[in-house]
Design a protein. Structure first.
Length: 217
């Protein structure tokens, strides 16, 4: 059972939506400062307008709306097998390389708990018929995207990459995993959480009644 859900209602004719599974990350002041600096580089760099960032666990792509509930149920079951993840962000980098970067990312200090969660999701989704990603999963938080066709890599970006290659951007806590719908617009991608699944101990905490001291003085 999820803590919240906005799954599309069933319709007579199936439609498709772009979906992905991820969790929210609060960038914190140090990373937010770097994002502000990225935003000042120029039109070739596009940052997220959202106050929170995403760490993607699985990009599902075009998803029939009548299978979204099945995916949400799989996420619920997998997340229940794990405890809350405490980790930290460190290091600024780019994909695919510094010559023609298209993504600016922040790394995860200890990726093992995130990788374990992602691999279990991948296995369960494969059983349900989803094609596994053949690429090695490298957990990261995307902070900006670049238009490589606008020319060479901006010098200001290269300076930021060098300056923050090993910067500690602070800790974060993963309390829940979300199934998102992604809609492409002229301003970039817009993300809507369709379903959120809380980790085991978070659900236990929600079910525990709040106790009040009603003893008279």
């Amino acid at each position: 059972m999820s803590i919240s859900s906005q799954l599309p209602k069933s319709k007579s004719m199936s439609m498709t939506i772009r979906t992905f599974i991820a969790f929210d990350v609060d960038p914190g002041p140090r990373l937010r400062h770097v994002i502000d600096q990225l935003n000042q580089i120029g039109p070739s760099v596009r940052i997220s307008d959202s106050p929170k960032l995403h760490l993607t666990l699985k990009f599902l792509g075009e998803t029939h709306d009548d299978t979204v509930s099945e995916v949400a149920h799989i996420v619920d079951e997998v997340v229940l097998e794990f405890t809350r993840i405490d980790s930290a962000m460190a290091g600024l980098g780019v994909f695919p390389d510094r010559k023609k970067p298209t993504v600016v990312w922040v790394g995860i200090q200890d990726p093992r708990p995130v990788v374990a969660l992602q691999q279990q999701l991948e296995r369960r989704l494969e059983v349900a018929g989803w094609k596994p990603d053949p690429r090695t999963y490298r957990p990261h938080v995307t902070v900006a995207r670049l238009n490589a066709r606008r020319g060479p890599t901006p010098g200001a970006l290269l300076e930021l990459l060098d300056r923050h290659a090993a910067t500690d951007f602070g800790s974060f806590h993963i309390d829940q995993v979300a199934l998102y719908q992604s809609e492409l617009t002229s301003q970039g991608a817009s993300h809507t959480a369709l379903h959120r699944s809380a980790f085991h101990e978070m659900r236990l905490a929600e079910r525990s009644p709040h106790q009040e001291n009603t003893t008279g003085s």
